[in-house]
Design a protein around this ligand. Structure first.
Ligand SMILES: [Fe+2]
Length: 313
């Protein structure tokens, strides 16, 4: 360990928008050969293979299956097509990759006064040169470790209630909306366009809305979800506000994460989650395309009667 990371710009890691230099590429874990090998041994229930259709402001994700293509061919398909592969749960499937991220986080904690992170969960994102992810917000804190290609992350102000109304934040936390948000291109003028090159990482303010444009080449990055004690408190407060608003028609007055009111809300959120008071709707993921064996990168649509549910662990 040592010298894995260096904060090079922005505020405090774990709280603000921060730019970090990293040397994860030195591990050799992200070459074409290493990635092909990783894909070959990834169990089906731990990855998603998607494509995305942008229809005006609407983004439709379609879930697919690379069928019996090899890791090498799948990488080729991503380079030639419009795909987005998400290899989840390093902690279960890819221990070497998980260790790399955990070492980096431990180093950040050692060098950032007061930083304490928990519930870290990492995935590898491999996406096509022109792929995009539309405007959304995530529940935990995010650190995006960029490894290959070039991408632009547009980051919006988490405190701007027009960009992120309380009700939308609650809906995301209560898992009603799958993290999607209303978006207006006008807001771009107030956003930060943060370009990522290999060897750089970025983390931003909790729940800050963002969108991503891949600018060049096959894009490979690790996304790590994590919580800090403040992020956990904020989660509890918004969870309770959202629950009370929906269950009792109550309009929450405060999103304050400190003080007696906040403590009561945190206690409630803990109990509500344990009792499963707010039942989340289980998502059904249907596989509706596969990949062409002959023409690598071409999608094959599955007719309605041949679609099958993708099981995720
Ligand atoms: Fe995100």
């Amino acid at each position: 360990m040592g010298n894995l990371t260096e904060v090079v710009g922005g505020g405090t890691f774990g709280r603000d928008l921060v730019s970090v230099k990293h040397n994860m590429l030195d591990s050799g874990l992200f070459t074409d050969d290493a990635l092909a090998d990783l894909i070959d041994r990834y169990p089906r229930e731990y990855f998603m293979f998607d494509t995305m259709i942008v229809d005006g402001a609407r983004q439709v994700w379609r879930h697919g299956d690379p069928s019996d293509l090899s890791g090498k061919e799948i990488l080729e398909a991503i380079k030639n097509g419009k795909f987005w592969m998400n290899l989840r749960r390093f902690d279960v499937v890819a221990r070497q990759y998980d260790k790399l991220v955990n070492d980096a986080f431990e180093e950040l904690e050692a060098t950032t006064p007061g930083l304490k992170t928990s519930r870290r969960s990492s995935s590898l994102l491999i996406s096509s040169p022109g792929a995009r992810v539309l405007y959304h917000a995530d529940i935990p804190m995010i650190c995006l470790w960029h490894l290959r290609g070039k991408k632009r992350v547009w980051i919006y102000d988490a405190k701007n209630k027009q960009h992120l109304p309380d009700e939308s934040r609650e809906a995301i936390i209560l898992r009603e909306t799958e993290e999607k948000l209303a978006y207006n291109p006008e807001w771009d003028k107030d956003a930060i366009a943060h370009d990522l090159d290999p060897g750089m990482a970025v983390s931003w303010e909790l729940n800050a809305p963002h969108r991503v444009d891949n600018l060049d080449g096959l894009n490979v990055s690790i996304t790590t979800e994590y919580f800090t004690p403040e992020a956990l408190r904020s989660y509890g407060v918004h969870f309770t506000n959202g629950y009370l608003r929906r269950r009792f028609g109550w309009t929450p007055g405060s999103t304050e994460i400190n003080g007696v009111g906040a403590l009561a809300k945190l206690g409630f959120a803990g109990v509500a989650k344990k009792l499963n008071l707010h039942k989340t709707r289980e998502r059904k993921l249907l596989c509706d395309f596969t990949l062409d064996r002959e023409q690598i990168g071409r999608m094959v649509d599955l007719p309605a009667e041949s679609r099958w549910p993708i099981q995720q662990a």
